[in-house]
Design a protein around this ligand. Sequence first.
Ligand SMILES: Nc1ncnc2c1ncn2[C@@H]1O[C@H](COP(=O)(O)OP(=O)(O)OP(=O)(O)O)[C@@H](O)[C@H]1O
Ligand SMILES: [Mg+2]
Length: 284
Amino acid sequence: MADLKERAPQRLNKRPEEDVGPPVVEIRKLWTRFGRTVVHQDLNLDIYAGEILTIVGGSGTGKTVLLRQMLGLERPSEGCVKVFGEDISQADPEHLQHMRNHWGMLFQQGALYSALSVFDNIAFPMRELRALPEDVIRDAVLLKMDMVGLGPEHANKMPSDLSGGMVKRAALARALALEPRLLFLDEPTAGLDPDLSDAFVSLIQTLHSELKLTVVMVTHDLDTLFALSSRIAVLAEKHVLAVGPACDVLRVQHPFIKHFFLGPRGQRALEVLEERHAQNESED
Ligand SMILES: Nc1ncnc2c1ncn2[C@@H]1O[C@H](COP(=O)(O)OP(=O)(O)OP(=O)(O)O)[C@@H](O)[C@H]1O
Ligand SMILES: [Mg+2]
């Protein structure tokens, strides 16, 4: 077995710079096995209030599974996942559902229920609570649609009648339906063209700052990653290989990091990031 000491994450700036209190999500010694396949091996990760933590890693490294474990939709084989201080693998189903009401999720696939209209998709989590009258739900749905830039004229459309960007917006509105404190985004800009992707990134930026959300995101898209992330966690060799702000993670010597960040696309995205930093500093 690998020496666990060697497997500890690189010693980067593991916490955000300002003091933000205890982690919102705390993952300790997590193992995931499917049959004889080990996906995660002794994985540790902390996510703090108010940050946008982006998880990157090659295809099949277990990013989606890790998000599903944070949501309590899957149980790790070993280890512990605490969300807001509670060990979710110990929570009973009813309590877990109650906790999940405070989290929003934009799934990588199947973002919307295809048989329901946009309105009914967004209303779905509210109706599931069985506590809100329809007129309150109606106002709340229209408010969420407005928040994500979908006019009321789209309310009765079916998902198949929407463009890719509109599907993502509607799915985001549904994820925000119950005013979550914690938002999970799995590949939020995959499949969007560059303009729509930029628009979606701005939308997430605005919502993040206005709603004071903690966001856990998975993305392959470097522009999205550099535009949004407070910190980046690199999933490789079955664990979190490095975690910290982009500038620190990029300095880590590892083939995946080199390949992922420092190819031509990575260089371009980095240049944009540096330009933006320079601009911000000259404005300050
Ligand atoms: N229910 C399951 N049963 C068996 N294997 C599974 C199951 N769920 C996931 N896996 C396997 O676990 C591994 C990680 O899957 P996961 O979907 O988390 O990858 P990912 O990092 O999100 O990949 P991508 O970037 O392609 O979305 C894959 O090899 C997948 O086949
Ligand atoms: Mg995935």
